[in-house]
Design a protein around this ligand. Sequence first.
Ligand SMILES: Cc1cc2nc3c(=O)[nH]c(=O)nc-3n(C[C@H](O)[C@H](O)[C@H](O)COP(=O)(O)OP(=O)(O)OC[C@H]3O[C@@H](n4cnc5c(N)ncnc54)[C@H](O)[C@@H]3O)c2cc1C
Length: 295
Amino acid sequence: MLLPKFDYHEPQTLEEALHLLSEYGGNAKLVAGGTDVLVRMKLKVDKPSHLISIDRIPGLDQVIPRERHGVTIGGGVTAAALSRHELIMDRFTPLAVAAGRLGAPMIRNRATIGGNLVNARPAADFPPPCMVLNATLRLKSNAGERDIPVCDFFRGPGETVIEPNELLVAIDLDTPPPWTGGAYIKLGERKALEISMVNVATLITLESPQGPITNARIALGAVAPTPVRAFAAEQLLIGETPSEELFRKAGEVGVGMCSPITDHRGTMEYRCMMIEVLTKRALGMALEQARSWKP
Ligand SMILES: Cc1cc2nc3c(=O)[nH]c(=O)nc-3n(C[C@H](O)[C@H](O)[C@H](O)COP(=O)(O)OP(=O)(O)OC[C@H]3O[C@@H](n4cnc5c(N)ncnc54)[C@H](O)[C@@H]3O)c2cc1C
């Protein structure tokens, strides 16, 4: 399949890219790793007459620890870079694990976190970990800058609140408090190069290693038109002493917050069962990490 004709731009600065975006408007598309946009163009789903690469814009491919508390991840950071970044592995574990499970090595070397979030596929790997880590997305256009909490970003399959003239510059994450642990589980039909049938990210904060849960977050992917924050299941956990039974109940409540479909990857019934099983398992993994938290 051949690509349709288009003009290719390689801006050297963010300002130049934003200027091109505003000039060509709906006829232009940004391209980061190209692993989604070029496939969609080959399939003739997208037909932009201008492609604007973000490859050469300085800083977009950087993971920068913030001076006081947290980290800023450039929109152009690849899955491969995130999967092996020490700070991300230690303090933002669900994100590092998800990055290591996205596609295959060749895809991970090109695919970016920004492209994955903006592409907004219901089964995508990055949205659930970004949700449990309470990420803030920084969007820039010629007209200015705005911050959007990731939970307000997704509108439906392939749809987000981003405007055609905006670029996702960075993802800001606050460092979770002490005695916090997190997990990410992706279930596919096979272990390699697979899109999720169900995916689950969790985060648990404890008062002390053997103490009650002071905060809990659960996000589920591939089980509704957008990724889902299971708020009711989280509420069940807060203030309680962790136990297998409690985590099982949270999984049960989580199922009620989803509306999975039957497709070639799995039936609705199987997905519901797996939401329960994987939520319980991912909460157990987060608990284990929270209890072994190190300063
Ligand atoms: C073989 C294969 C396997 C895959 N496996 C997985 C998988 O397991 N899990 C998964 O989640 N995905 C998977 N994908 C999908 C894809 O690789 C990811 O969604 C990837 O993260 C997209 O990033 P990208 O940089 O390639 O985006 P691109 O293709 O460059 O862009 C995607 C969309 O985002 C826009 N965009 C890109 N960057 C920005 C930005 N900074 N600001 C604003 N808009 C932007 C583009 O205009 C385009 O609309 C797979 C794809 C292929 C081809």
